[in-house]
Design a protein around this ligand. Structure first.
Ligand code: SF4
Ligand code: SF4
Length: 414
């Protein structure tokens, strides 16, 4: 008989480090609701997922719960609803579906829960509940449906024309037509935070990197996928992959956290589209150049900043160090961390379709983060995601603090 593994309690670290209990259930990521439904009952309704479990003084972590102030909006409540719906004790309604959509899928709650199955997999079933809502006709939310319809035609969720996608591109940017490396710009940098696109292209030029931008790149599909519309998001993914492969691309650099997660994780692991293209987020790429001595920052930038971890590269992909390592190498930069940082970071409130469908919740989350950034006395809140940047800029009042992308800082010192 196979020997049973034991879950260990590690003092000061709870039981999450052992990560053995889910092996008994043989749980995997990116599965359907059927796969997870038997572990939903494991939620003990302890409420630990509402606040930071350790390090950050029990600060709240859940924008949805703190805004809604009602148990269903926290993870514990969502687990109970998911259990009731999957076991036939509750019927789907528009109101129930809305609760699952009033969540930025930031995964801050999941970091806090010490039940191994929930700690590692609740993000999967939060997504599955959206998928289910779409299948049954309760999702997505009307605003999300509208931007999806536009995205399927014009390749962006911003109600812009595809033909305008490259309007940001300055004529002095050098591209190499035969390059195997592409800069995947993404929709937010193409249409809303063009400063990020310009800075990234200029950085690549300054480093003499052979790269090109493909004029017909389309939305990576993240805003469509994150709202449970898997089939449509997969269609967008296939178009991008075929187009990039036909153009001979072997490596992509992106300056967007959402595009990075989607290309690197969702395409191969959720959609089963094994594209074989290497995907790098800009700070990772810059850090590798700094490490191998191909890059040294020449100028100084005297500035006190704080860093906001975007959920899509932080909790979703585990990238916390690369942007900090890059910041550390910029002469003159003083980084002051917010109380909630890295895996405990408070979400900016723009992801998961929240910004389009639940504007008040979205603004509440952004304001909370801006106030936290101001408490550090930093002059600027720096991130490396154009969606976070755009969210901060839209919610900063009277120039109380600056919002910048890391690419903009790098461009100044390169
Ligand atoms: S999800 Fe985890 S932390 Fe939250 S109530 Fe359930 S068991 Fe407790
Ligand atoms: S994913 Fe984020 S917004 Fe959703 S329940 Fe968890 S902490 Fe709250």
């Amino acid at each position: 008989m196979a020997k049973k593994k034991r879950v260990k309690y590690i003092r000061g670290q709870g039981i999450s480090q052992a990560r053995l209990a889910y092996e008994i259930h043989d749980l995997k990521r990116h599965q359907n609701l059927e796969h997870y439904k038997d572990v939903l009952y494991q939620c003990g309704k302890c409420g630990t997922c509402r606040t930071v479990y350790k390090d950050a003084y029990w600060s709240p972590v859940c924008p949805s719960g703190e805004f809604g102030k009602f148990e269903p909006y926290y993870l514990g409540g969502k687990n109970l609803l998911a259990w009731a719906l999957t076991s036939g004790k509750l019927n789907w309604t528009n109101e129930v579906a809305e609760i699952f959509y009033q969540c930025s899928v930031c995964m801050a709650c999941i970091e806090q829960c010490q039940i191994p199955e929930i700690h590692s997999f609740a993000g999967e079933w939060l997504m599955c509940m959206r998928e289910e809502a779409v299948k049954l006709g309760y999702g997505p939310m009307p605003e999300q449906k509208l931007y999806t319809e536009h995205t399927m035609i014009e390749k962006n969720p911003y109600m812009e024309k595809h033909e305008d996608r490259l309007k940001w591109l300055p004529s002095n940017i050098k591209q190499s037509p035969n390059a195997k490396l592409a800069y995947f710009v993404g929709c937010t940098s193409s249409y809303r935070e063009q400063n990020v696109a310009i800075a990234t292209a200029e950085i690549l030029n300054a480093l003499n990197i052979d790269f090109k931008i493909l004029k017909d790149e389309g939305c990576c599909g993240s805003p469509v996928y994150m709202t449970g519309q898997v089939e449509k998001a997969k269609e967008l993914a296939e178009k991008n992959i075929n187009y990039f492969k036909e153009a001979g691309i072997e490596k992509i650099i992106t300056s967007c956290a959402g595009c990075y997660r989607t290309w690197k994780d969702t395409y191969p692991n959720k959609f089963g589209l094994d594209h074989g293209i290497e995907v790098k987020h800009l700070p990772e790429f810059i850090r590798s150049k700094l490490k191998n001595g191909e890059l040294n920052f020449k100028k100084e930038l005297t500035m006190k900043i704080t860093y906001h971890d975007p959920c899509h590269i932080g909790r979703h992909m585990g990238i916390y160090k690369a942007p900090r390592d890059v910041l550390d190498k910029i002469p003159g930069i003083e980084l002051i961390e917010m109380t909630r940082n890295r895996h405990n970071a408070w979400c900016c409130g723009s992801g998961g379709g929240v910004r389009s469908a639940f504007k008040d919740l979205s603004a509440f989350a952004a304001r909370e983060r801006i106030e936290e950034a101001k408490d550090t006395t930093a002059e600027a809140i720096v991130s490396c995601c154009p969606f976070c940047l755009n969210q901060f800029k839209s919610n900063i009042e009277n120039n109380e603090i600056q919002a910048l992308d890391l690419s903009e800082l790098i461009k100044k010192v390169i």
